[in-house]
Design a binder for this molecule. Structure first.
Ligand code: ARG
Ligand code: ZN
Ligand code: CA
Length: 431
C-alpha cells in the first residue's frame, strides 16, 4: 500500500467497521490466522486451487453466541430466536441461490455454493443444544483487554472452532462496524501467509489458543432480517462475513482502498473495480468497462441489491472447506447431529484407566484392546462448567496418552471423553 493513502484508509475503516489495532493494512475487519505450517505440510507440494467440484452439499454446524446487556430474550440486542432463525434462513437462501428468495439470481456467472448452515444440535460437552448461547456481559467481569468484536465475543463465549462455526452477535452501534471475520488458513493465492491473531497477555480463551480464535462477528443490529431503518437489515452482513470466513476477498481486491485496477480478488469472473461500491448504483462500471457486479455479496453495497456468489468464488469457498484446517473438520462435527446418550464406560472401554488420581502435574489415560479405530475428543472442565482444555486424538489398540493438567489449584475436575459411540465422564482430583 502506498503510504500517502494511510490516513484515508484509517478514516474509511473508522467509518466502515470500527477500527481495531489488529488491522494489517489490507482491510479493516479481517483477522488473519497464525502460521500456515500444518496446512502447507498437509498439502505437500500440491498447488491445489480447484475444488473437487462434486455436487455434494456441505453442512456447517453453527453456534450463535448472543452477547447482550441483560435485556429479556427477544428485546433489544438479546435477539429473539425468530430473528436468529431468519439469519440462518438468509444464509441458506444466499449460499444455495434459492429460487423464489432474495438470494436467487440468473446471472451467467452466478452459482449455487451447495453450502448449508445448521444450528448445532450437540454442544462441545456432548449435550443437546439449540445452537444458541446467550451471555449477559453485565454479569461477567470485564475482559482484561480491549479488542475486536471477535476477541471480545470469544472472551464471553467460544466453542471449539474445529467443530463449530462460531458466530457472535455483539452490541454495537447501528450502521457502524457491521461485522468481522477470520480468514481460513490455506495455500490459496492471497491466503498463504496470514499474520497471527493475538491478544496481549492472553494465551487461550475457553481452552482454545488465542492464535486459533476463529469465526465471524456481526453487529447485533444487523444480524438476521429486521424492519429496522437501515440499508443493512436483510442479513447480508452474515452472508458477507461468512464469505470471508471461507476465503473470499472483497471483489475490488483487498490491498486497501487506493483506487487501483491492478488489485484483484483472485476470481476471474468478478469484474475488477477500482474501489468498493456502496448504495445500489445502476450504472457502475468495472475497470474493463463491463458493468460492475454491484450485486456481489463481497462488495459493500446495500443488503437489498446483493444476490450473487460467482462460480469462481464458490470454487474458492469449497476448496477451503475441503482442505483447510478448522473448516474441513466442520463437515464431520458431532454438532451436526443430536447427542448420543452418555453411556457406560465398561461397554465401550473394557479397560480405560486414568492415573494417578489424585494428581498434581499430569495424568495418563490408557486403554487396552480397542478393536476398532475411534476418533476421540477429550475435554476437561472445572465444576462450574468452564472448559479448561480440549484435545482431539485417535484411540486404537492398547495405548496411553499423557495429559498436562492446567495449574488451577486444588479442586475436582471433570474429564469428558467423547467418541463416536460413547461419552464417558471421570472425576480427577487436582492436588
Ligand atoms: N463492512 C463489513 C465488512 O467488510 C460488512 C459489509 C456488509 N455489507 C452489507 N451490505 N451488509 O466485512
Ligand atoms: Zn468484508
Ligand atoms: Ca476479480
Amino acid at each position: 500500500m502506498k503510504t500517502y493513502f494511510l490516513p484515508l484508509l484509517i478514516l474509511t475503516c473508522l467509518i466502515q467497521v470500527g477500527y481495531t489495532q489488529n488491522d494489517t493494512g489490507r482491510q479493516c475487519h479481517i483477522f488473519y490466522s497464525q502460521n500456515t505450517d500444518s496446512f502447507e505440510k498437509w498439502m505437500g507440494t500440491q498447488s491445489r486451487i480447484k475444488s473437487s467440484n462434486s455436487e455434494e452439499v456441505y453442512t456447517i454446524p453453527v453456534v450463535v453466541h448472543i452477547i447482550h446487556q441483560g435485556e429479556a430474550i427477544g428485546e433489544g440486542l438479546n435477539l429473539s430466536e425468530e430473528r436468529i432463525l431468519s439469519q440462518i434462513r438468509v444464509l441458506n437462501e444466499d449460499f444455495r441461490r434459492k429460487e423464489g428468495t432474495r438470494g436467487f439470481n440468473n446471472h451467467p456467472d452466478g452459482g449455487d455454493a451447495r453450502i448449508v448452515f445448521q444450528l448445532a444440535q450437540t454442544d462441545p460437552f456432548g449435550k443437546a443444544t439449540n445452537g444458541i448461547v446467550r451471555v449477559n456481559m453485565n454479569e461477567r467481569e470485564d475482559p482484561p483487554f480491549s479488542g475486536s468484536m471477535i476477541a471480545l465475543g470469544a472472551y464471553y463465549s467460544f466453542w471449539d472452532p474445529s467443530q463449530y462455526l462460531n458466530i457472535w452477535t455483539f452490541p454495537g452501534v447501528q450502521d457502524f462496524g457491521l461485522g468481522e471475520a477470520r480468514f481460513p488458513i490455506s495455500d490459496l493465492p492471497g491466503l498463504e501467509d496470514e499474520p497471527g491473531f493475538s491478544i496481549p497477555g492472553i494465551d487461550s480463551l475457553h481452552g482454545v489458543p488465542v492464535s486459533e480464535i476463529d469465526g465471524v462477528a456481526v453487529n447485533a443490529h444487523h444480524f438476521g432480517e429486521s424492519n429496522m431503518d437501515s440499508k443493512y437489515n436483510l442479513g447480508r452482513t452474515g452472508t458477507h462475513e461468512i464469505g470471508h470466513f471461507l476465503g473470499l476477498f472483497h471483489i475490488w481486491g483487498d490491498e486497501g482502498f487506493d483506487g487501483s485496477c491492478d488489485i484483484d480478488d483472485y476470481c476471474e469472473d468478478t469484474p475488477n473495480t477500482p474501489a468498493r461500491t456502496s448504495g445500489c448504483p445502476q450504472h457502475s462500471l468495472a475497470c474493463d468497462g463491463s458493468p460492475a457486479m454491484i450485486e456481489n455479496y463481497m462488495d459493500y453495497t446495500d443488503d437489498e441489491c446483493m444476490n450473487i456468489f460467482t462460480n469462481d468464488q464458490i470454487d474458492r469457498m469449497r476448496t477451503v472447506l475441503e482442505n483447510s484446517p478448522r473448516r474441513n473438520s466442520l463437515l464431520r462435527s458431532p454438532g451436526l447431529f443430536p447427542p448420543d446418550v452418555v453411556d457406560t464406560e465398561e461397554k465401550y472401554f473394557p479397560a480405560l484407566r486414568i492415573y494417578p488420581n489424585p494428581a498434581s502435574g499430569q495424568v495418563y489415560i490408557d486403554w487396552q484392546g480397542m478393536e476398532s479405530y475411534q476418533a476421540a475428543h477429550l475435554y476437561l472442565f472445572d465444576l462450574s462448567g468452564k472448559m479448561l482444555l480440549s484435545r482431539a486424538f485417535d484411540i486404537f489398540g492398547s495405548e496411553k496418552i499423557m495429559l498436562d493438567l492446567p495449574s488451577v489449584g486444588h479442586q475436582i475436575l471433570l474429564l469428558r471423553l467423547v467418541t463416536e459411540n460413547a461419552i464417558i465422564e471421570k472425576k480427577i482430583v487436582k492436588l
